[in-house]
Design a protein around this ligand. Structure first.
Ligand SMILES: [Zn+2]
Length: 355
């Protein structure tokens, strides 16, 4: 059963008073409150006048009204339900949709920085640091030679090691390789390593391929937003594709950011890079064949370090039989490495003299 209010309501609904044996009596009982707030039941036996009935009815109506507000209409178990289930509230609540939809917005996770490679050479921080980057690696083989089946990623790693050994033998510079095994690195990670090591020069080693098997010879590329020719632009597009796996660009920056970096801080770096590119062609020409227009410009991602002079060294064409054999041989690699060594030594000697 409900509260006394429920009873009062029932009595009121029944008419509050009716006749028993010809007398008006209270229907069941009526509640009255004393000053202390306690209520007590009074069974009234006295004869009711119309005035009594009216007063009683009003009192019952008031109690019933309070009862309506305070008591759940179903009473009993319903009284234990939480207030939120009250039907009045429910009537104004929006219906829960039958199906729920969710939208997932991918937010780029920052890639954990790749571990820095070991710096080799004399333990002297004053000596310039050269970072050699063997192009491609891991799932990205680069170009594949139709003549000896050699993959660019293996050829570049062997040449990078040869250059390292040659530079270390000079004892005039310190050297680090971005990779010394068959692993994949995003292009930004490659120059990122050079920047984190505070490198003084960055050389990315590659070997080209062309449909025309007659195309041969090396070339040196430096960064420019405007490619020097269509072939340079195509090559940059191909090399920059290393970042794209299953249509997802693993590089962190959009074009806008890259452009700003270039516009604001790279002028001096680009000049130093171009100077080294010309030097490399001049010094290595005794050892290996260069193309007629050996120094070219294009927007290579791997050259976008704003503060590290950087070149991309296309050492030859794997699609050319002569070049492929030259680059695959230890003697060929040694010649390439000697050319780089000469250029590096002159480059830093000039820098030292200019200070
Ligand atoms: Zn390449």
């Amino acid at each position: 059963m409900g509260s006394p209010f429920t009873v009062a309501r029932m009595s009121c609904v029944a008419g509050a008073a009716f006749r028993i044996k010809g007398r008006r009596r209270c229907a069941i009982f009526h509640a009255r409150f004393n000053l202390a707030g306690r209520w007590n039941r009074v069974i009234s036996n006295k004869r009711w006048t119309n005035r009594h009935v009216g007063r009683h009815r009003r009192a019952m109506m008031l109690l019933a009204l309070i009862g309506l507000i305070a008591t759940p209409p179903t009473g009993g178990a319903a009284a234990d339900r939480p207030r939120a289930e009250h039907p009045v509230t429910l009537a104004f609540r929006a219906r829960r949709p039958a199906r729920r939809y969710s939208v997932t917005v991918p937010i780029g996770k920052p890639r954990p920085a790749v571990p820095l490679p070991r710096i080799e050479g004399p333990d002297d921080n004053r000596l310039p640091l050269v970072v050699i980057d063997a192009g491609h690696g891991g799932h990205d083989p680069g170009a594949i030679s139709p003549h000896n089946g050699r993959r660019e990623k293996d050829v570049t790693l062997a040449i990078a090691r040869a250059i390292r050994d040659e530079l270390l033998a000079s004892r005039r510079v310190r050297v680090a390789l971005t990779r010394d095994d068959d692993r994949f690195l995003v292009l930004e990670e490659r120059y990122g390593i050079a920047r984190r090591l505070k490198a003084d020069l960055f050389i990315s080693v590659h070997a080209d391929a062309a449909e025309n098997s007659e195309a041969h010879g090396a070339s040196v590329y430096t960064l420019s937003e405007v490619a020097s020719d269509r072939e340079a632009a195509r090559l940059a597009a191909r090399e920059n594709k290393a970042n794209i796996i299953n249509g997802v660009d693993l590089g962190a920056h959009g074009d806008a950011v890259s452009s700003i970096l270039i516009d604001l801080t790279q002028r001096e770096t680009m000049n130093a890079s171009a100077e080294f590119a010309r030097l490399l062609q001049r010094e290595a020409s005794d050892e290996m064949t260069f193309r007629t227009t050996a120094h070219r410009f294009a927007s290579f991602v791997v050259l976008k370090a704003p503060d590290t002079p950087s070149v991309l060294f296309e050492t030859g064409f794997l699609s050319n039989k002569g070049d492929a054999a030259f680059l695959a041989s230890a003697s060929g690699r040694k010649k390439v490495a000697r050319g780089v060594r000469e250029a590096v030594q002159i480059h830093f000697a000039r820098r030292l003299a200019a200070e």
